[in-house]
Ligand binder design. Structure first.
Ligand SMILES: [Zn+2]
Length: 212
């Protein structure tokens, strides 16, 4: 006899918790002939097929609007995941979810070059990691002197400028970017909130409103 596992515990590990998610998942497994009603355990030999059947049918998501929307748009049946960490869209991380939304919004808007002014070195590094290679990212240290010419060059280079005022950002640096020439005014976004998720969410809101 092969080893088996408890179905409900196995489902919970995948993100299908007690309630409607578990009911729907069990029904799908029964339909696929992988288990029968009332059965508590499933052979480990069937787990691979069972996982594939569930993945083909359902899109788990956490309660965040972005992930709920992604699950609804998946063409599969959206189901609320038992824990945020089981959300395949964001893995439970606000930063990676915000980064994913932001990259998608940039793709729609044709934004490829991002300039971020301000933020601590460690946060800028985290931002770089969260965005990956989807965008060209230039960061300006908000505490280092920058010449007017370089700031002008930054503004011309960038498609989108995030002026991160809640963090390490001297007035002398921000002044270069806060009042750009008229032609570039529409791409400068002032963000007064802390954290990468808040920064990128503000940027997505700006992109959704369209060019100023
Ligand atoms: Zn999520």
């Amino acid at each position: 006899m092969s080893a088996d596992v408890e179905i409900d515990a196995w489902l919970a590990d995948l993100g299908f918790g007690a309630g409607p998610s578990r009911t729907a998942a069990r029904a799908a497994l029964e339909e696929a002939d992988l288990t029968r009603a009332g059965r508590a355990r499933i052979s480990m030999l069937k787990l691979e097929r069972a996982t594939a059947a569930l993945k083909a049918r359902f899109s788990l998501h956490c309660p965040s609007p972005a992930c709920t929307h992604a699950a609804r748009a998946s063409g599969r049946q959206p189901l609320l995941a038992v824990a945020k960490a089981s959300c395949p869209h964001c893995g439970g991380s606000d930063n990676s979810r915000a980064a994913r939304d932001f990259v998608a919004a940039c793709a729609r808007a044709g934004t490829r070059r991002l300039l971020v002014v301000g933020g601590s070195p460690s946060v800028r590094e985290e931002l770089r990691a969260a965005l990956g290679s989807a965008l060209e990212l230039r960061c300006v240290d908000g505490t280092e002197r920058r010449t007017h010419e370089r700031a002008r060059g930054d503004l011309e280079w960038a498609d989108l400028v995030l002026l991160w005022g809640a963090t390490e950002l001297d007035h002398k640096v921000s002044a270069h970017y806060a009042r750009p020439p008229t032609a570039q005014r529409g791409k400068v976004v002032h963000v007064a909130r802390r954290g990468i998720a808040a920064l990128l969410t503000a940027a997505v809101e700006h992109l959704r409103r369209g060019p100023a």
